[in-house]
Design a protein around this ligand. Structure first.
Ligand SMILES: *Cc1c(COP(=O)(O)O)cnc(C)c1O
Length: 370
């Protein structure tokens, strides 16, 4: 029995990508986003599964991630989406990554570094249509940058793109549509002038929300991993979770009424009961905020997580009578028997989103194939 392990279902990742491909408008490519170690699922294995499921491109956030993906997967079209400092530009170019671009200063730097590397850099000009993060707000500047890239022998204009702030919020006062309306004329003008470029805007939520956002490629992360972009039930969108978090019951102890469990005595047995100790904690990324809130599957049933989660242990109430003995499997995320605990459920208990649940699993938890 392993102390704690994240089981990764690569077949589910593959099938989720095939599902996303079905959802996309004709001809639109799927770019699988594998940043943050594949949202905590392991970038290398998930990238390979995504490509097997019909993704034709990959994206990461940082230069180091680009380097790692290129080293492990060889030549696959790869977009580094984040802001890059000068040394990071060299790393990303060395990895053969395509880069985002939104200022004349960065355009000059990139051209200089690409010339030094002896290979033109492929760039995607980013319009900030309302995310308020990376990209230029000014459509004229985006168009001017695209022309300057096209005219520069050290650069190749590869795309024009934007990113949505509220694709996952259906009740957003029309903000998603406004962003689309700001991006669309810039995308059309550049596509008319440079027919070979790739126009892209949609993340996972946008793919399900609005076909007009698909353009020629969608950059999907969360749905690739079978997590629901709208924080609902992924099965309703034909997605299956790619990760489960499993541990075991290390000890079962009789607690007399009034005995407390864990630091600070935040829970006391309301009656004589059996308590199981599970050797995972916030050192593994099981957030302390779940103390006295979440449930854990043991023996195919939901058991309340009682007491404060420690760095390396947590406790569950097995009830006054139990057949559970030390050695039984415990599931913190995933299915057991007919029950399932999804990342979306834990996210709601913490007031966060499923993205943060899987990204937050620490390196102490080995990732292994399911
Ligand atoms: C992370 C990211 C994505 C993927 O978003 P999901 O909601 O996980 O599908 C797409 N585009 C950009 C710019 C991102 O940073």
């Amino acid at each position: 029995m392993e102390r704690a392990v994240a089981r990764i279902d690569f077949e589910a990742v593959r099938a989720n990508c095939a599902r996303l491909r079905d959802e996309l408008s004709d001809g639109a490519e799927l770019c699988a986003v594998v940043k943050a170690d594949g949202y905590g699922h392991g970038a290398e294995g998930c990238a390979a599964a995504a490509l097997a499921g019909g993704a034709t491109r990959l994206a990461v956030a940082t230069a180091r991630e680009a380097e790692e993906v290129a080293r492990r997967l060889g030549h696959v079209p790869l977009l580094a989406m984040g802001a890059l400092s000068e040394p990071e530009v060299d790393i990303a170019l060395g990895a053969g990554a395509e880069l985002g671009l939104w200022s004349e200063d960065f355009r000059r730097l990139l051209a200089e570094r690409a010339r030094a590397a002896g290979q033109p850099a492929r760039v995607h000009v980013k319009l900030d249509s309302g995310m308020g993060r990376l990209g230029t707000f000014d459509p004229a500047e985006a168009i001017a940058l695209a022309r300057a890239c096209d005219a520069d022998p050290d650069l190749e204009l590869a795309g024009v793109w934007t990113h949505f702030a509220t694709a996952d919020e259906l009740d957003d006062d029309g903000y998603f549509e406004q962003q689309l309306q700001r991006f669309d004329p810039v995308a059309r003008a550049l596509k008319a002038e440079f027919p070979d470029i790739l126009v892209h805007a949609a993340n996972s939520a946008a793919v399900f929300r609005q076909r007009r956002s698909h353009y020629e490629m969608a950059r999907c992360g969360i749905a690739v991993y079978g997590l629901d972009p709208f924080q609902g039930d992924p099965a309703e969108r034909g997605l299956a979770p790619g990760l489960s978090l499993r541990s075991y019951v290390a000890t079962v102890k009789r607690f007399p009424a009034g005995q407390s469990a864990g630091y600070g005595r935040t829970w006391r047995a309301p009656r004589d009961t059996w308590v199981g100790v599970i050797p995972v904690g916030y050192g593994d990324g099981v957030r302390r905020g779940l103390s006295n809130r979440a449930e854990v599957l043991v023996g195919g049933r939901r058991r309340p997580l009682v007491g404060t989660i420690s760095m390396d242990n947590l406790t569950v109430d097995l009830g006054p009578e139990t057949a559970i003995a030390a050695g039984e499997e415990a599931v913190l995320i995933g299915a057991q028997g007919g029950e399932e605990i999804r990342a979306e459920e834990l996210a709601a208990q913490l007031g966060t989103i499923n993205y943060e649940i899987t990204c937050g699993l620490s390196p102490r938890v080995p990732r292994r194939p399911a």
